[in-house]
Design a protein around this ligand. Structure first.
Ligand code: VGL
Ligand code: ZN
Length: 212
């Protein structure tokens, strides 16, 4: 009856939805479980039909990835080491290529994805952002993909607020996109209390808009 309520507005062709790392290992029970991470899945499913372009990022690490504590003797999960010229958080083995943990959440309607960007594939360097590795040396190709399709605005949601969502949104702003964070669709790791709140403030300070 009410076909034009704001809830089911379809955004114009210059707006894309970016779903960040909604994968098994980041859901409760996964290797790097984000508390309440599963709650973003219905939000993503509900939102996808409203966009003409949907892109998902997928953390996709080799088994010996340098972000894994298992690769650095004497380190524990949560430690921060100096690695390749920058700080690197030590994570549990997660999102290993071609394992179940790297798959998208089972309930996620992946048939609605237009494109998937895999990141963190080089063992030597981590890649929180969907656009660049953590040292901004190599691009993933996401910017070119969006650019070729005339995308000017990105609506970002997924996991985790304080890592991959944050760095994807910050890079997007820097690349010139208008960026909107879908608040109900993000959850964070919160290694330190307040990390998620600080991440949201940092994003806002860099020009990310918050959609609640
Ligand atoms: C992520 C830590 C390590 C994320 C990925 O998706 O936020 N966090 N790898
Ligand atoms: Zn990772």
């Amino acid at each position: 009856m009410n076909q034009h309520s704001s809830d089911d507005t379809v955004f114009n062709a210059k707006v894309a939805l970016i779903l960040v790392d909604i994968q098994h290992d980041f859901l409760p029970g996964g290797a790097l479980a984000v508390p309440h991470g599963d709650e973003v899945v219905p939000v993503a499913n509900q939102r996808m039909p409203r966009y003409q372009l949907v892109v998902a990022t997928q953390d996709w690490h080799p088994p010996d990835h340098a972000s894994f504590a298992s690769q650095h003797s004497g380190t524990q999960v949560g430690d921060v080491i100096e690695w390749d010229g920058g700080p690197q958080v030590m994570w549990p083995d997660h999102c290993v290529q071609n394992t179940g943990g790297a798959q998208f959440a089972a309930a996620l309607q992946i048939d609605r994805f237009d494109h998937i960007v895999r990141k963190g594939t080089d063992r030597r360097i981590d890649s929180y952002s969907g656009f660049f590795d953590n040292n901004h040396r190599r691009a993933t190709g996401l910017h070119e993909y969006l650019n070729q399709r005339g995308i000017e605005e990105l609506h970002v949601m997924g996991l985790a607020t304080d890592y991959c969502v944050k760095f994807t949104a910050l890079d997007a702003v820097e690349l010139g996109y208008r960026v909107v964070l879908i608040y109900e669709g993000i959850r964070g790791v919160e290694l330190q209390p307040g990390d998620c709140q600080r991440a949201i403030v940092a994003m806002q300070q860099h020009g990310v808009q918050l959609a609640t």
